[in-house]
Design a protein. Structure first.
Length: 148
């Protein structure tokens, strides 16, 4: 059983800030800033693809609740980041999908650095080709889902 499943079942301690039948939200033990919350589905899902659409949507609803709470709390909060890393290469460090919701404020030291020189804008043709590939995949997935 993964660490987040063990937290969800109460086997491991957590500073829970929200819980319902489907999700749990608790403070991150390695926070970006005070008030950094992790929102997890109680049912194990390693990736976003493993989660039902309803559970994924509900996880975002809970993220919005936490966003509002951060803004209304006495914690320092001038903005909020909501971040989901799907897969190890994307930065997912625990194989149980989770949403990071954390307060931001001027001078907090956290940065998402993207080197502008490493990003070459694609041509309209490349964008169109990639759009076709994604539309085909979406169509195939929709067809597969209606066949189940």
């Amino acid at each position: 059983m993964c660490i987040y499943c063990r937290i969800a079942t109460g086997e491991l301690p957590a500073s829970v800030v929200y819980e319902d039948d489907y999700t749990m939200a608790f403070l991150d033990i390695q926070p970006i800033n005070p008030g950094h919350v992790l929102v997890i589905p109680k049912k194990h899902a390693s990736t976003l693809m493993d989660l039902s659409a309803d559970d994924a949507a509900h996880m975002m609803v809970v993220g919005q609740i936490i966003d509002r709470a951060l803004n209304w709390s006495d914690l320092k909060c001038e903005g909020v980041n909501i971040f989901l890393a799907d897969g190890r290469v994307a930065g997912q460090d625990v194989a149980h999908i989770h949403l990071h919701v954390f307060p931001r404020f001027q001078g907090d030291g956290f940065e998402l650095k993207i080197d502008p020189d490493s990003r070459k804008p694609p041509s309209r043709e490349e964008l169109s080709e990639n759009a076709i590939k994604l539309k085909q995949a979406i169509s195939a997935l929709h067809y597969a889902q209606t066949e189940d």
